[in-house]
Design a protein around this ligand. Structure first.
Ligand code: GLN
Length: 199
């Protein structure tokens, strides 16, 4: 199995480390040529995409400037499994309630950006994730999901706010699973995504 990791900005290296720990192969997407080379080399292309945390506005602009926006959007709409964390969630959200901008907008969720205010900008908690039990959750200037469409499955909530969800082959987390690598945790959310790809 080979995954593409969007490597324009933000915490992509930590995702790559999680994939390494799970023994999954990946390549970095920094420009259009990376996508094209991958499709040409393997014919089938690749099996999944990770969009990391960082700044959604910066990543959104770079996707446009680099000509990656349409090809990536079409791959996702065509069924390529995608996993977005934090800013990645914002890039996939159909709506952002407190921002005019919308980006790839492939997932039927409405997100609230920088939703926890200044004081609670960053925090750590351990909460239930559907099917995985209690897992560590690190939030950094995170969004949450205010509402979801009919086909969206809610996977985790913190203080009543939705922080993880899935729609078909799209998975999003408001927190940063790639920043937790204790042996007890064992990259459970990344492993969940790899199972989603194989379903
Ligand atoms: N606040 C960032 C944004 O709006 C997201 C933060 C993160 O990815 N850790 O894009």
């Amino acid at each position: 199995m080979r995954l593409g990791v969007l490597a324009l900005q933000g915490a992509f290296i930590e995702h790559e480390q999680a994939l390494n720990r799970l023994g999954a192969d990946f390549f970095e997407i920094r420009q259009l040529a990376d996508l094209e080379r991958q499709s040409a080399a393997t014919g089938a292309g690749f099996e999944g995409l990770i969009i990391p945390g960082g700044e959604s506005t910066v990543q959104g602009k770079l996707l446009q400037d680099l000509g990656l926006f349409q090809p990536i959007r079409e791959l996702i709409l065509g069924g390529l499994p995608v996993f977005g964390t934090c800013a990645g969630l914002l890039l996939l959200a159909e709506q952002i309630s407190n921002d005019q901008r919308r980006h790839l907008a492939t997932m039927h969720i409405t997100a609230v950006r920088n939703a926890y205010g200044r004081q609670l900008g960053s925090f750590y908690t351990e909460q239930e994730f559907k099917g995985l039990g209690k897992i560590p959750m690190t939030f950094i200037r995170a969004p949450y999901i205010a509402s979801v469409g009919d086909n969206v499955e809610i996977l985790a909530k913190v203080d009543g706010k939705i922080v993880a969800a899935r729609e078909d082959k799209q998975l999003v987390c408001a927190f940063h699973p790639e920043l937790n690598n204790s042996p007890e945790y064992n990259d459970a959310v990344h492993a969940y995504f790899l199972r989603m790809i194989n379903e």
